[in-house]
Design a protein around this ligand. Structure first.
Ligand SMILES: [Cu+2]
Length: 156
């Protein structure tokens, strides 16, 4: 009986893990499908991090990403990174259009959710929540999975 209980506990833990991964891989909100929300572990002492996700609009009407928020940082903003005079700069992206039947990718060196003033470091394997607010789809709590420090997202 004890052995059975142990097996059951192990099965539940495994199932719980799989559920978390599945929900992190794809989340739906109205016409939007949010694919693979991820972040990177922060090297010692880093006070900021970034989160990435691919936003797909499966509907006939455009939507807009208005803002991002999270409890893990003092301040959260959607940023756009770009090259200006041979320098990588980033600034608030403002409202991001999500075209009908289109995709917008938040990824390294491009659009990203900037998390400034982290309350604790991101550790590989951890998950945290970033809330994205859309004009049409409303608020979506993204389950963000933390990858390696040097993760660029290609392998996903
Ligand atoms: Cu940034």
């Amino acid at each position: 009986m004890k052995k059975f209980a142990t097996l059951l506990a192990a099965a539940l833990i495994t199932f719980g893990g799989l559920t978390a991964l599945a929900s992190a891989h794809e989340q739906k909100a109205g016409d939007l499908v949010l694919h693979h929300a991820w972040s990177r572990a922060t090297p010692g002492g880093a006070k900021s991090g970034a989160a990435f996700v691919e936003i797909e609009n499966t509907g006939d009407t455009p939507d807009q990403l208005l803002s991002a928020s999270s409890d893990v940082a003092a301040m959260t903003e959607v940023h756009q990174m770009s090259m200006e005079n041979d320098m990588m700069t980033m600034k608030p992206a403002g409202i991001v259009d999500i075209p009908a039947h289109g995709k917008v990718a938040l990824k390294p060196h491009g659009l990203h959710v900037m998390l400034m003033g982290l309350k604790k470091p991101f550790v590989e394997g951890d998950t945290f929540v970033v809330t994205l607010e859309f004009a049409k789809a409303g608020k979506v709590d993204l389950q963000v999975v933390v990858g390696k420090v040097d993760d660029m997202g290609e392998e996903h």
